[in-house]
Design a protein around this ligand. Structure first.
Ligand SMILES: [Cu+2]
Length: 341
């Protein structure tokens, strides 16, 4: 339970007196997976190693959290939403930037890299999960005084969106936890394979002044065991899932809001798409390398039968896109690799 303090104990105020603990040199989590060699190597994550990994990640997360408040303060001061939202969504401020948002790295368009932003911290109860067994994943969002937040806005039909993916971008899950009156969220989770998994909580809370603040906070989970990393699939415009084929139209561009359209077919015909999470699909985009979480905005209606989103790629490189869509009451997820020049 020692790791519980990792999130809850973060210095979250934008104070000058913050003292980073742990290693201060930049430690890229992706490096941790492959000390024995890239690609096909098998890395044994024994409990001892996992503890070291946790310690390093804690230091990494703290380092990031320490740098966060400056840009957040700027954003809050500006009070700015940097984009328009489709009807039916709540206007909110994105407290998302983690790198200063200077435009060079898209820091203002990527979130999920920090466990604590703007005074709010993701505090999971448990960060080591067993492989293959269903557990009740529980966490709180706590404010700067360690009080659990209990007031959340419903955005895209839910007050809390929980995304999980392993750090090699496999095993994607999109879940909707429920909240107890004390602010503890819980959801059954089963992680089928060993490795380091990224957990994102995507939500809009109300600050003490009643202002909506949209945040995506992230933390790593550790599943001990044989880690067999998977290479990122090559970029493609078509994805197969279950018995559906999904075709993606549009070219994501760096720094530009770009429309992406997805056409779903089954045996050459278009099935009836059903509304899901306030639109006709839900899209999550994660950046390969640091697993930065992108903000994607859906169109509420279908466009010529296609599900349409607006995406800004903050930097060149590879992204993994996860499209949830619903047919006959069942949700399917199509996955795409997108390479941005
Ligand atoms: Cu969701």
């Amino acid at each position: 339970m020692g790791e519980t303090a990792t999130g809850a104990g973060d210095p979250t105020e934008p104070a000058e007196t913050v003292e980073p603990t742990g290693p201060t040199e930049p430690v890229e989590p992706t490096d941790l997976a492959g000390p024995a060699g890239p690609g096909t190597s098998t890395v044994r994550l024994a409990t001892g190693v996992a503890a070291v990994v946790l310690a390093m990640l804690a230091g990494f997360a703290l380092g990031r959290a320490v740098t966060a408040p400056t840009s957040i303060g700027t954003q809050y001061a500006a009070g700015a939403a940097d984009h328009t939202h489709p009807p039916g969504t709540t206007p909110h401020v994105h407290g998302a930037g983690t790198d200063g948002g200077d435009g060079g790295d898209g820091g203002d368009q990527v979130s999920g890299l920090s466990v604590s932003v703007g005074g709010y911290t993701l505090a999971p109860v448990q960060r080591q999960l067993p492989v293959g067994d269903q557990v009740d994943l529980r966490f709180q969002i706590v404010d700067a005084d360690q009080r659990p937040v209990t007031a959340f806005d419903v955005v895209h039909d839910k007050p809390m969106h929980l995304i999980i993916a392993r750090r090699d971008l496999t095993g994607y899950q999109h879940l909707h936890p429920t909240m107890a009156p004390d602010g503890t969220w819980s959801v059954p989770v089963r992680l089928a394979a060993a490795g380091i998994w990224r957990l994102y909580t995507d939500f809009t809370l109300r600050d003490s002044g009643g202002t909506p603040v949209a945040l995506t906070l992230g933390v790593d989970l550790v599943v001990a065991g044989e880690y067999l990393p998977t290479d990122l699939p090559t970029a493609a415009d078509t994805a197969e899932v279950d018995d559906f084929t999904v075709r993606m139209r549009g070219v994501a561009q760096r720094g530009v809001v770009t429309p992406l359209l997805f056409e779903v077919s089954r045996a050459g015909r278009a099935p009836t798409l059903e509304p899901y999470l306030g639109a006709y699909g839900h899209l999550v985009a994660l950046r390969d390398g640091d697993l930065g979480y992108l903000h994607v905005h859906p169109e509420a209606e279908l466009v010529d039968g296609a599900v349409k989103f607006w995406l800004t790629a903050p930097s060149s490189g590879d992204y993994r896109l996860f499209l949830d869509f619903q047919v006959a009451g069942e949700v399917h997820t199509a996955e795409f690799t997108v390479t941005v020049d």
